[in-house]
Design a protein around this ligand. Structure first.
Ligand SMILES: NC(=O)C1=CN([C@@H]2O[C@H](COP(=O)(O)OP(=O)(O)OC[C@H]3O[C@@H](n4cnc5c(N)ncnc54)[C@H](O)[C@@H]3O)[C@@H](O)[C@H]2O)C=CC1
Ligand SMILES: CC(=O)C(=O)O
Length: 373
């Protein structure tokens, strides 16, 4: 199979979909890889290293999109890239379609076979989302701490406190991968941490892990309202796979927070869990103030630590890319139920139920769509 890797064009997105080691794996298996010139630079990988590994380098992104069987990316294509979509193209990347109706429409209209990293599922885990959730969760606590500082717009508190002065309070809503990693770093910073989740089983696991060092609470509007009102930093980390994030933190709850407290809505890539998160922010301009609360809503947080993130991401994506390349996309999807769950669009249909429901499309099961295409 011929696989292409364009340079990422989202604001401050320095990750890349393949490392030179990834190229070597695919080339040694008999496949061809083309990388856009300088695509790896932001992650510290020079073109020369890709050439040594067996890749071609192409200056023009158009050339890449037009000649390959499969495009691998990190972030969802931006509108300027929709013109490259065509029937038969395989796209393997993060998509977050429930929050991207225009992208979904373009993929459906052009009959692209689009596999979303974030919905590939093994049992109850999302193996291609996990490493980036680990990164974003850890970043969320340190970013929150930074924006609580006065020069960054915050109320001017140190999460650890000091002897004789109270610690800061952090509430993490959603106790999965992002939530657990955020809590771990917030605890390390010395904060008083509460984790709220809808799953009693998950809260038990967290209690076994951290004991009395954290407070666990079941998720309902009352526990969320009380905990948010008392917090200096609130981190949004809820996910219902594929679906638009539920708005669990209402505008009134944000109004009840202390002036210049901070919210970091990591779930923004699925639309965000806070009603007052009405826009996606960028690494260039990451925060805005609403009801006197500092809001952070960057949808590509791991893009700021690209060296760590690119290696962590490609560690998990390349084995799946190899299956697609070796077997062809239809066989790879049919033979691997985890990958099949990653398919979001094919043959002009939406093939992931939660996405179809949220965007108002008919849901077409994968087998039916593949039989058409
Ligand atoms: N902004 C960014 O740069 C990044 C964003 N993310 C996003 O972060 C979000 C969380 O991802 P993960 O932690 O990997 O998901 P996960 O599936 O590991 O965890 C989600 C948790 O939310 C809980 N949950 C579901 N409904 C709830 C409710 N009503 N109240 C409280 N908890 C509830 C689940 O029980 C689960 O424990 C996703 O939207 C993901 O795409 C991930 C990486 C980077
Ligand atoms: C998960 C995701 O969207 C990201 O890492 O940017």
């Amino acid at each position: 199979m011929f696989i292409g890797v364009p340079k990422e064009i989202k604001n401050n997105e320095n990750r890349v979909a393949m490392t030179p080691a990834s190229v070597m794996t695919l080339v040694q298996a008999g496949h061809k890889v083309v990388i856009e010139k300088n695509a790896g630079l932001g992650s510290g990988f020079e073109d020369e290293a890709y050439i040594q590994a067996g890749a071609e380098i192409e200056v023009d992104p158009v050339g890449i999109w037009e000649k390959v069987d499969m495009i691998m990316k990190v972030k969802e294509p931006l509108p300027s890239e929709y013109v490259y979509f065509r029937k038969g193209l395989i796209l393997f990347t993060y998509l977050h379609l429930a929050a991207e109706p225009e992208l979904a429409k373009a993929l459906v209209e052009k009959e692209v076979t689009a596999i979303a990293y974030e919905t590939v599922q093994v049992g109850r885990t999302l193996p291609l989302l996990t490493p980036m959730s680990e990164v974003a969760g850890r970043m969320a606590a340190q970013i929150g701490a930074q924006f609580l500082e006065k020069p960054h717009g915050g109320m001017g508190i140190l999460l650890s406190g000091v002897p004789g002065v109270k610690r800061g309070k952090v509430t993490v809503i959603g106790g999965g991968v992002v939530g657990t990693n955020a809590a771990k770093i917030a605890m390390g910073l010395g904060a008083d941490v509460t984790i709220i989740d809808v799953s009693p089983e998950r809260l038990r696991q967290l209690d076994d892990l951290y004991g009395t060092d954290i407070q666990t609470l079941i998720s309902n509007p009352l526990t969320i309202a009380e905990s948010v009102a008392e917090s200096d930093l609130v981190i949004g980390a809820v996910l219902i796979p594929g679906a638009k994030a539920p708005k669990l933190v209402t505008e009134d709850m944000i109004r009840a927070m202390k002036p210049r407290s901070v919210v970091v809505d990591v779930a923004i890539d699925q639309g965000g869990i806070m009603e007052t998160v009405d826009r996606i922010t960028t690494h260039d301009n990451p925060t805005y103030i609403k009801h006197e609360v500092v809001h952070y809503a960057v949808a590509n947080m791991p893009g700021a630590v690209p060296r760590t993130s690119t290696i962590a991401l490609t560690n998990v994506t390349i084995p799946y890319a190899l299956q697609i390349a070796n077997k062809g996309v239809k066989n790879a999807l049919t033979e691997n139920g985890a990958l099949e769950l990653g398919l979001n669009t094919a043959a002009g249909s939406i093939t992931y139920e939660a996405v179809a429901k949220d965007l108002g499309y008919p849901f077409v099961p994968v087998t039916e769509a593949l039989a058409k295409g």
